[in-house]
Design a protein around this ligand. Structure first.
Ligand code: ADP
Ligand code: MG
Ligand code: MG
Length: 874
C-alpha cells in the first residue's frame, strides 16, 4: 500500500502531532470539536522526510495527492484555485512537531496573481483589500521562497509612504498599492531573473518545497540544538483556505493566551490589530491593542472569543496560546497550542489548575519542566542598590528576571563578548530569528519595538531569559552601535540593567540577591517531596553553599570536596610545604599545621547541615595542582617556605605529569603518602566529636575514598581510616559512628564492584570521571570536538551534561548489581554533574539509586525531576 501523505483537517486529531506537526494536529482537533477553523489539509512530516530522501524533490505521486486534496477543498469552499470569478486563496504554513517560534515561515494569500487579484477585488467589492493582499503575498513569497531579502521590499513600501506622507500601512490607497506591486515585481525580476510566478499551482508547489527546505536552515538547527529537538523529525506543511483580517474596520487579527504567560494570572492576555493580517501583530509594525479592548470594538466577537478560549483551555486542560482572525465580524481560529510560559507562570498555572480541579497533582508535577525552575533560582536585584539606581526607560515586561551587563548591538558582538567572559545585554530595534545565538549567549534582551508577543518576548520567555521589549523611548542605531534615551547616548560596552518583571531599564550595573522558594513554588515542592523516592543531596564544600542547599531542600551532602579547602590563602603555604617535604617528619609538621584548619572546615559544614548526612571525599587532585609553575612564582615560593630554588624547581619538575587526569591522584596519593588522608580523617572525626559535645549535633560522617580501581587499594586505606578514627574516638569520651565508602569512577572498580563492596559501605558514582574514563576523553579537552559530534548526531547531547545511559549507565548498573551481591544494603548515590540533570535523574531512579547529589542551586530542580521520575515510571 502506498503511504498517505496528505490529511484533510477532518481526518486528524491532537494525538497525531508526530505526523501532522503541532499546528496541523491542533487545527484538526479544533475542526473535530466544531470550532470555526478555515478548512484545509496537512502534508505530513513523513512527506517531508520522503522529500529529503528523494534528494529534495517532491515526487509525482505526492503532487497528485496534494492536488486531489486541493480539489476537495475547492468543492468544500465553493471557490477555485486560479479562478477569475471566485479565486481560492490559501496560506501555506509550516508546522513541526514541537513549536519553533519564528523559525519557519508562513505565506499568506497564495493563489493571487495579476488576474485573480482583479477577481478578488470584484468578488469582495473591496479593491484596496485585494491589492493589499497581493502586495503582502508577493512580499512573503519572495522572502520565503525566492530568498529575496525582506528589507528590500520594506524599502519600497516605505518609499511609497514617504512620497505620499503617509504614516501607517492602512493609509495606503489602491493606487499606492498598485505602484508598490509594480515595484515589487520589478525587484523580483531583477533579483530572481524571472517574472514573479503567476501560476497558482506552481506557487503552491514552490511554497511547499520552501517549507520543507526551511527545516534545514541554520536558524532552525540552532533552535533545535538548544531545545534538544532531534533533527530527523521533519516538518509538516499546512495548506489552509484564507480568511481575511485586512478587509476593513470590522476585521482584524490577534493572538491571546488563556492565562498570563509571565505571571500565570487567570485572565485573558493578548493583543490584536484591526484591519490587519497575520504577522502584523507580532512584527511590531503597528502597536497592537490589548485584547480587553476588543470588547469595546467588537463586543460580539469578543464574547465569542472568550467562550472559545475557555472551551479550548478545558479541552486541552492547559493554558492555550490562540491565534485568531476576525473577518467582517466573524471569528475564525487559526491556531492553538499549549502556551509557552515563564517558570513562575508554569508553577502558578499548574498549582491553580490543581486547585480548580482541572488536573491532578501528578499531572502538575509532570507538566513543569524541572530545568525551567532555574529561572526562579537566580538572583534578583538588591533592593537598596535598586532604589539608588537611575531608571532611564520603561518598556514592556516581556520576560522576567534581573540582568546586568554591557550593551552590544548584534548577536555576533554579544557572542564574542560573552566568550571573553563578559556579561552582555543584547540591544536591538527588534529581534529576528537571525539573532538567536546572541539571545542564547546574552544575560538579557532589550528591544525598542514589538509587543508582548513579539519575537524577542516569545523566545526570551522560552529560554527563561530576562527581556524588556517594545521600549519605544530608546532610539537604537544598530549601525553606529549606540542607543539614545533622554538625550543621553549609550555606547557599545556601557553597563545597563534590566528588570524583566516590570520592564524597567537602568543605567549602570546593579548587584543582585538570592531568590526564595515560597507560595505556589513551595507548595509544588512539597507535592514533589511527597511522591519522590530518590533523596536529594548537594555537592557543597563550604558552610555557605551547604546553607543555601539546605534552604533549597537538600537532605544531605553527597560530595564535600576537601581540596578546595587547601587552596585558601592562609593554608596554601602549609600545603606546599607538605608537598615539597623531603622526609616524613617534615611532611608531618606541615600536615599538623593544616589539621586545625581542616577540622574547622568540617565543624562549619556539619553545623550548617544539622544532622543531615555528609559525605566527605578525601583529597583527590594530583599534588602539582597546588604548586606554582612559572619561574617567577617558583622563586617567590622558595623564599616563602625557605628552601632553595633549585630543589623546589626539581620537585615541580618531578611532579609534572603527561596525563594528570590519569596520574598520581585520588587514592594513589594515600597509597604513597598515607599521612595526608590520616590528617584528613583526624580532622573529620575531631570535628564530629566537637559538634556533638558543643552543639549537640550528632553526625555520622561518611568518609569517601576517591578513584579506587582495585579492591586492595580500598582495603589498605580503609584500615588506615579505621585505625586513625578509632584512636581518636577512643581517646575522647564520646562515641562517634562513621561510614567508609568509595567513589565508583574508574571502570575497573565498576567491573569488580563485588570485591570492592567487601570494604565499602556505600558507593557514590562519580560520573564525571567515569564518563571520561569510559570514553577515554577528558572533559577539559572534549570541547574541541564535541560540537562536531553533536552536529553529526553521534551524541544527542554532551555526555558530561546528560549521562550516557547506554555505556556509562551500563557500567553503573553492573557495579550496582555486583555491589549488592556482597552487601545487599549498600548505600548508593551519584555525585557527578549528572546528579542535577533531569534525564539522568530519571535514570538514577530507574536503576534504584538511593540519592542524587547536585549543586545547591540545582536542588529544587532535582527534587522536581525525582518526583517526575517517580510519577512517570510508576
Ligand atoms: P507561526 O508558526 O510563525 O505562528 P502561522 O502559520 O501560525 O505561523 O501563521 C502566522 C499567522 O498567519 C497566523 O497567526 C495567522 O494570523 C495568519 N494566517 C495563517 N493562515 C491563515 C489563514 N488561512 N487565514 C488567515 N490568516 C492566516
Ligand atoms: Mg502561529
Ligand atoms: Mg573523580
Amino acid at each position: 500500500m502506498k503511504t498517505k501523505y496528505v490529511y484533510a483537517f477532518e481526518d486528524g486529531n491532537k494525538e497525531m502531532k508526530s505526523l501532522l506537526g503541532g499546528k496541523g494536529a491542533n487545527l484538526a482537533e479544533m475542526t473535530k470539536i466544531g470550532l470555526p477553523v478555515p478548512p484545509g489539509f496537512t502534508v505530513s512530516t513523513e512527506a517531508c522526510n520522503q522529500y529529503y530522501k528523494n534528494n529534495k524533490s517532491i515526487d509525482d505521486e505526492m503532487v497528485d495527492e496534494l492536488f486531489q486534496h486541493l480539489e476537495l477543498l475547492e468543492e468544500k469552499i465553493g471557490k477555485k484555485f486560479g479562478s477569475n470569478e471566485h479565486p481560492l486563496l490559501v496560506s501555506v504554513r509550516s508546522g513541526s512537531v514541537f513549536s519553533m517560534p519564528g523559525m519557519m515561515d508562513t505565506i499568506l494569500n497564495l493563489g493571487l496573481n495579476d488576474e485573480t487579484v482583479v477577481a478578488l477585488s470584484i468578488a469582495t467589492g473591496n479593491e484596496r483589500f485585494a491589492y493589499d493582499s497581493y502586495r503582502r503575498f508577493i512580499q512573503m513569497f519572495s522572502d520565503v521562497v525566492l530568498n529575496i531579502p525582506k528589507y528590500k521590499f520594506e524599502h519600497i513600501l516605505d518609499r511609497e509612504k514617504d512620497l505620499h506622507q503617509l504614516e501607517l500601512d492602512t493609509e495606503l490607497t489602491v493606487q499606492n498599492l498598485k505602484n508598490i506591486i509594480q515595484s515589487y515585481k520589478e525587484l523580483v525580476k531583477k533579483e530572481w531573473k524571472k517574472d514573479f510566478p503567476q501560476e497558482p499551482k506552481e506557487q503552491l508547489l514552490m511554497a511547499v518545497k520552501a517549507v520543507f527546505d526551511s527545516w534545514d536552515n541554520p536558524r532552525a538547527m540552532v533552535y533545535r540544538d538548544l531545545h534538544d529537538i532531534p533533527h530527523h523529525l521533519g516538518t509538516a506543511v499546512n495548506i489552509q483556505s484564507m480568511v481575511f483580517g485586512n478587509m476593513g474596520n470590522t476585521s482584524g487579527t490577534g493572538v491571546a493566551f488563556t492565562r498570563n504567560p509571565s505571571t500565570g494570572e487567570r485572565k485573558l492576555f493578548g493583543e490584536f490589530l484591526m484591519n490587519a493580517q497575520g504577522e502584523d501583530v507580532v512584527a511590531g509594525i503597528r502597536t497592537p491593542q490589548s485584547i480587553a479592548h476588543l470588547k469595546n470594538v467588537m463586543p460580539e466577537a469578543y464574547d465569542q472569543f472568550v467562550t472559545v478560549a475557555n472551551l479550548l483551555e478545558n479541552h486541552y486542560k492547559d493554558m492555550q496560546d490562540i491565534e485568531f482572525t476576525i473577518e467582517n465580524s466573524k471569528l475564525y481560529l487559526l491556531q492553538t497550542r499549549n502556551g509557552k510560559r515563564t517558570a513562575a507562570a508554569a508553577i502558578n498555572i499548574a498549582v491553580e489548575m490543581v486547585e480548580e480541579g482541572i488536573i491532578d497533582r501528578n499531572t502538575a508535577l509532570v507538566r513543569i519542566d524541572p530545568i525551567q525552575l532555574d529561572q526562579l533560582l537566580h538572583p534578583t536585584f538588591e533592593e537598596k542598590a535598586l532604589n539608588e539606581a537611575e531608571k532611564i526607560a520603561q518598556g514592556l515586561p516581556a520576560s522576567p528576571g534581573a540582568a546586568t551587563g554591557r550593551v552590544y548591538f548584534n548577536a555576533h558582538d554579544v557572542v564574542k563578548a560573552v566568550s571573553e567572559g563578559e556579561k552582555a545585554i543584547l540591544v536591538r530595534q527588534e529581534t529576528s530569528p537571525e539573532d538567536i545565538e546572541g539571545m542564547v549567549a546574552c544575560s538579557g534582551i532589550l528591544t525598542a519595538r514589538g509587543g508582548m508577543t513579539s519575537h524577542a518576548a516569545v523566545v526570551a520567555r522560552g529560554m527563561g531569559k530576562c527581556c524588556v521589549a517594545g521600549c519605544g523611548e530608546i532610539k537604537v542605531d544598530e549601525t553606529n552601535k549606540i542607543f539614545k534615551v533622554n538625550g543621553e547616548v549609550y555606547q557599545e560596552g556601557d553597563f545597563i540593567s534590566l528588570d524583566g518583571n516590570i520592564g524597567n531599564v537602568y543605567k549602570g550595573s546593579i548587584p543582585t540577591k538570592e531568590p526564595e522558594l515560597s507560595g505556589n513554588f513551595g507548595k509544588l515542592m512539597e507535592w514533589a517531596d511527597d511522591v519522590r523516592s530518590l533523596k536529594i543531596r548537594t555537592n557543597a564544600d563550604t558552610p555557605r553553599d551547604a546553607a543555601i542547599a539546605v534552604k533549597f531542600g537538600a537532605e544531605g551532602i553527597g560530595l564535600c570536596r576537601t581540596e578546595h579547602m587547601f587552596f585558601e590563602e592562609e593554608r596554601i603555604p602549609a600545603v606546599r610545604q607538605m608537598i615539597v617535604a623531603k622526609s616524613l617528619e617534615e611532611r608531618m609538621t606541615a600536615l599538623d599545621k593544616l589539621l586545625p584548619y581542616q577540622k574547622e572546615d568540617f565543624v562549619g559544614i556539619f553545623t550548617a547541615m544539622g544532622e543531615r548526612p555528609v559525605t566527605v571525599r578525601l583529597l583527590d587532585p594530583p599534588l602539582h595542582e597546588f604548586l606554582p609553575h612559572s619561574d617567577e612564582d617558583i622563586r617567590m615560593l622558595a623564599g616563602q617556605i625557605n628552601i632553595d630554588i633549585k630543589t623546589l624547581k626539581e620537585t615541580v619538575e618531578e611532579l609534572k605529569e603527561f596525563n594528570p587526569m590519569l596520574g598520581h591522584r585520588g587514592c594513589r596519593l594515600a597509597i604513597t603518602y598515607p599521612e595526608i588522608y590520616e590528617m584528613q580523617v583526624k580532622a573529620i572525626i575531631m570535628a564530629a566529636i566537637e559538634v556533638k559535645k558543643e552543639k549537640n549535633i550528632h553526625v555520622e560522617p561518611e568518609i569517601m575514598v576517591p578513584l579506587i580501581g582495585h579492591e586492595k587499594e580500598l582495603k589498605i586505606i580503609k584500615d588506615l581510616i579505621i585505625s586513625t578514627a578509632n584512636k581518636i574516638i577512643a581517646s575522647s569520651d564520646t562515641k562517634i559512628e562513621y561510614m567508609i565508602g568509595t567513589m565508583i569512577e574508574v571502570p575497573r572498580a565498576a567491573l569488580t564492584a563485588d570485591e570492592i563492596a567487601e570494604h565499602a559501605e556505600f558507593f557514590s558514582f562519580g560520573t564525571n570521571d567515569l564518563t571520561q574514563m569510559t570514553y577515554a576523553f577528558s572533559r577539559d579537552d572534549s570541547g574541541k570536538f564535541i560540537g562536531e559530534y553533536r552536529k553529526k548526531e553521534i551524541f544527542e547531547k554532551d555526555p558530561f551534561q546528560r549521562l550516557d545511559q547506554v555505556g556509562v549507565g551500563k557500567l553503573m548498573k553492573i557495579a550496582l548489581d555486583l555491589g549488592k551481591t556482597t552487601r545487599p544494603d549498600i548505600k548508593l548515590g551519584i555525585c557527578g554533574e549528572h546528579g542535577g540533570d533531569p534525564d539522568s535523574i530519571d535514570f538514577c531512579h530507574r536503576i534504584g539509586l538511593h540519592y542524587v547529589s547536585c549543586s545547591p542551586y540545582r536542588v529544587p530542580i532535582a527534587r522536581l525531576a525525582a518526583a517526575r521520575a517517580a510519577v512517570l515510571n510508576k
